[in-house]
Design a protein around this ligand. Structure first.
Ligand code: ATP
Ligand code: MG
Length: 607
């Protein structure tokens, strides 16, 4: 640009030196109404504030302002990972299917994976597809580490990346919350032993806590399901919200909190002795009675907590039984502790040949199961000890057995915790009633152990030349889900209220008279003051009515709004307003720089 050009356009000269954006030169397509298919507040606001646009179910474009938030959240995540010694790399999104077939969870994971058919697939090749789109990266990082790291001297290592994941979710919904394609930070730690792995685990827990705090997001770390692993080295970072897909169980008195999938309560006393037999085992006819509720009704009147409920499941193709109290529900995730890769409820066709009866008349009294040899096990929930003597199906359609004593009569492989905890049950530690709330999972830390390292042969040699599998951990943060969780947690009737550190821009300078040179000049001055104090600034220079500008300002929710123009400008003042507050301050232009710089520095300090 020539010098004449600059001189005839006020403000252009300064523009060349600063990074602030003009609304007219970026693209923020705000909407007055929210599209009909957006159900929850955050999804509506992401669309209305012009942050994302939908391509298809679970597929979204990050619009310019949305992309800025993604980048800011990613950067905060990167800083906290780096601070704890994790090392960034980037792995391919497309994986050869062999990596998954050779791994420990192919049968469980294949349903969620998008498969990419190779051009030559089918021509005399194996039936399996050649490539899959990565839903996560254990199957890539473990073989990599196996070839690259062989000595204890090179451990510990924790590798992470921030990138796109692909999952064929059964029910993609709520915008970025459960998408088919989403951005995740995933990390994988490798250690010489359990003790060292726990150190790595705790570092990640600390990084996550710091990260979510910097995002302005209130999270609770809850104990999570570990499948067969057991122990408490799995925590999910949860954002309490009625629209969440998870339930968290917690007790304020003891500080206990766990995902419902893993939660236990203290309803069964630890020292509970088996009840003495109440009487002689007795069969009775129950024609047409196939539910707990029906047996509880007249003329039988057997209370649900005096009944045994027998469920048939298939675990990796083999049937197994779960016995609960009639009043209890199975928590399906708890079946993970049994070691099956895949499990599901059995169909009536699968049940009858094994049990000898249809659902509704099933039981586990010794000698009544038609084909016990077919079973992979009979697993009883601890709480059936509270029944002591009860009623169960006779494995003969239309018949039940009463005076069934747990210790004397039931055929059981082992006891475990399989029931779903209910609100109000006593916390195991404090005895106080447990509470349950909905929550959104934004992050997960997990001590994996040696499941992957053994399968892929990721071993190291110690100082005695002995070889051991590396002890691994994996750690995920949903970057795009976090973005939406922030909006879900921080909004009001008018729009988003961005926390300082993740706002697409932190300061919005609203020019009410963009045609007026004095207004435009003052806007630049305010923007420069904010920017020199470290803020990202957006100037609303659009030729829109003030009402439109204020509505949009509230909707896109930048933390600090400075308004220039109209009568105020003639009086030598501008307006200063935090998005989170209703208060509008009038500030003298003479005090602009000092006021703005102090405010920006204070906001950054608090964030
Ligand atoms: P969920 O139970 O919600 O399906 P997950 O247990 O499958 O989550 P992980 O495999 O542990 O999740 O992934 C790590 C993080 O990635 C999760 O904590 C979540 O924040 C995010 N995430 C997982 N699936 C999705 C998805 N479909 N869309 C957006 N984010 C997701
Ligand atoms: Mg999932």
């Amino acid at each position: 640009t020539s010098a004449t050009n600059i001189s005839c356009e006020p403000g252009r000269e300064q523009l060349a030196r600063v990074h602030m954006k003009y609304w007219s030169q970026t693209f923020i397509p705000t909407l007055k109404e929210s599209p009909a298919d957006a159900e929850i507040a955050s999804h509506k606001l992401l669309l209305r504030a012009g942050l994302v646009r939908k391509l298809g179910g679970g597929l979204y474009t990050y619009m310019p302002a949305g992309l800025r938030v993604v980048q800011k959240i990613s950067q905060l995540c990167r800083e906290e990972m780096d601070r704890e010694g994790a090392i960034e790399l980037a792995m391919p999104f497309i994986h050869p299917v062999e990596n998954w077939v050779d791994g420990p969870r192919w049968s469980a994971a294949r349903e969620i994976m998008y498969r990419v058919d190779h051009a030559g697939a089918g021509k005399g090749r194996a039936k399996e597809p050649e490539y899959v789109l990565g839903p996560t990266h254990e199957e890539v990082i473990t073989p990599l580490v196996k070839t690259e790291i062989t000595s204890y001297r090179d451990l510990p290592k924790n590798f992470y990346q921030i990138g796109t994941k692909f999952r064929n979710e059964i029910r993609p919904r709520y915008g970025l919350m459960r998408a088919r394609e989403f951005i995740m930070k995933d990390a994988y730690s490798f250690d010489v032993n359990d003790e060292a792995a726990i150190v790595s685990y705790n570092k990640m827990k600390r990084a996550y806590t710091a990260f979510f705090t910097r995002c302005g997001l209130k999270t609770i770390a809850v104990e999570a399901d570990t499948g067969v692993m057991g122990g408490s080295f799995s925590h999910e970072f949860m954002v309490p919200a009625p629209v969440g897909d998870d339930d968290i169980v917690y007790c304020d008195a003891s500080g206990y909190s766990a995902n419902r999938e893993k939660a236990t309560s203290g309803i069964v006393p630890k020292d509970l002795a088996d009840a003495a037999a109440a009487g002689v085992l007795e069969e009775f006819a129950t024609p047409g009675i196939v539910t707990i509720a029906a047996l509880a009704g007249a003329p039988y009147s057997v209370a649900p907590d005096q009944q045994f409920k027998t469920l048939v499941y298939m675990g990796d193709g083999k049937p197994f039984l779960v016995v609960l109290r009639g009043c209890d529900e199975l928590e399906e995730a708890k079946l993970g502790a049994l070691g099956f890769q895949l499990w599901r409820a059995a169909t009536p066709e699968e049940i009858e040949p094994v049990m000898g009866a249809k659902p509704g008349s099933l039981g586990t009294v010794r000698g009544t199961i038609k084909n016990p040899g077919a079973l992979a096990g009979i697993f009883a929930d601890h709480a059936i000890r509270l029944v002591g003597n009860g009623t169960t199906g006779a494995n003969q359609d239309g018949f039940h057995l009463r005076n069934v004593n747990v210790a004397r009569d039931l055929e059981l492989t082992k006891f475990g915790d399989f029931r779903r905890v209910r609100e109000g049950e006593p916390d195991p530690k404090s005895g106080q009633p447990l509470k349950i709330a909905r929550a959104i999972e934004v992050g997960h830390v997990f001590k994996l152990g040696t499941k992957y390292s053994e399968k892929f042969g990721a071993v190291y040699t110690d100082d005695q030349k002995q070889s051991h599998p590396m002890v691994m951990g994996c750690y995920g943060i949903g970057i795009s889900r976090t973005l939406q969780a922030v909006v879900e947690q921080s909004n009001d009737a008018d729009g988003i209220i961005w926390p300082w550190q993740v706002a697409p821009w932190q300061v919005l300078v609203v020019n009410l008279d963009p045609a007026d040179a004095a207004a435009t000049e003052l806007c630049l001055k305010l923007a420069q003051a904010a920017e020199s104090a470290g803020a990202d600034v957006l100037i609303d220079d659009r030729a829109e009515r003030p009402g439109v500008k204020f509505k949009d300002a509230d909707l896109i929710g930048l933390p600090l709004r400075l308004t220039v123009g109209g009568r105020g400008l003639k009086e030598g003042i501008f307006e200063f307003k935090w998005r989170a507050s209703k208060e509008v301050r009038k500030v003298a232009i003479a005090e602009a720089e000092g006021t703005i710089m102090a405010a920006v520095k204070e906001a950054a300090r608090q964030a």
